[in-house]
Design a protein around this ligand. Structure first.
Ligand code: AMP
Length: 298
């Protein structure tokens, strides 16, 4: 057994250890091939860092599905539009590494933008289906950027499973669709949204909220829950939607969309199918998204 194989095995089997922090795809592949040679399974959790408990819950889910957990931290420039928050996005690399170490992550991949997009890079993944409308109507390049970077991460790690949060529900459906369409051999697992005690979905972007905005922000989820209650009383969707948008607007939100969709295709809902209620709204400079499950209409 080579020294690096021993190290890789050790990485897999020790609970509290320092993860390998790797910046280059070639080094990552070498490290993971040693692990794979031992017939260990690998789970990938892609993130943009500024980690919170929601991210860490994905790591815990990953441990349930694989022997070795790889996390990536990369603030992906191609999924940010002009005038969006790429430059100001919170970057807390050292704290993130410590949090991931305490969750027993085996390997942390932190590539540079140059490593992911070397000079001359000019390809991207083209999407339809669940990528249409909703986020795409407001951030037209977003999913192409996400799908391209996720494809590169999947092909660099070649994990058995990859975990994504339902917090970004449209993103989760897009990733399930294009990995299936492109025959990328990975099982995509969706994990539930972790919330603050007042219901606000945990998000790295919550750090942008002022104390006053932070109090109001919890209303986004509260309105989703109201909508669910009204729908269960057979109120019409148009009426429920109008009421919730009015409520959110009155307390200071600028609503990008509040839509009820089929939970898988994200097309308009069909009677008898599970549904998803999705919202995106700006509060001051902060854009928040959230969603909840809505049972099938009978
Ligand atoms: P991000 O760093 O925002 O790109 O998120 C990385 C992953 O964490 C994505 O799969 C997100 O859906 C997931 N995630 C973000 N916030 C939460 C949350 N509150 N609960 C669970 N997963 C989350």
């Amino acid at each position: 057994m080579t020294k690096s194989t021993e190290n890789a095995l050790h990485d897999c089997e020790t609970q509290m250890h320092q993860p390998s922090v790797i910046n280059q795809i070639s080094e990552l592949r070498k490290h993971l091939s040693n692990i794979r040679r031992q017939s260990k399974t690998i789970a990938l959790v892609p993130t943009m860092g500024a980690l919170h408990q929601g991210h860490l819950s994905l790591i815990q889910t990953a441990h349930q599905h694989a022997d070795c957990v790889v996390a990536s931290i990369f603030v992906n420039p191609t999924q940010f539009g002009v005038g969006e928050d790429f430059d100001s996005y919170p970057r807390t690399e050292q704290e993130d590494i410590e949090k991931l170490a305490s969750e027993g992550v085996d390997c942390i991949f932190i590539p540079s933008a140059k490593e992911m997009y070397p000079t001359g890079f000019c390809s991207s993944v083209d999407l339809q289906g669940p990528a249409r409308e909703l986020e795409t109507s407001h951030r037209p390049h977003f999913f192409s950027g996400v799908a391209t970077v996720v494809t590169k991460l999947l092909l660099s790690v070649m994990p058995d499973t990859a975990i994504f949060g339902e917090k970004d529900y449209q993103q989760l459906q897009v990733i399930k669709q294009f990995t299936r369409d492109l025959n990328i051999p990975v099982k995509i697992i969706g994990a539930p949204t972790l919330r603050e005690t007042d219901g606000l979905a945990m998000s790295s972007r919550n750090a942008y909220l002022s104390p006053a905005e932070r109090k109001i922000a919890a209303q986004l989820y509260a309105q989703l829950v109201n909508c669910e209650a009204d729908l269960s009383k057979n109120q019409s969707w148009q009426e429920v939607q109008r009421k919730a948008i009015t409520n959110l607007t009155q307390i200071g939100f600028e609503v990008d969309y509040l839509e009820l969709r089929d939970s898988q295709t994200l097309n308009l809902p069909i009677i008898g199918n599970q549904r998803r209620l999705l919202v995106a709204a700006k509060l001051g400079k902060t854009r928040l998204i959230d969603n909840i499950h809505i049972p099938a209409a009978s």
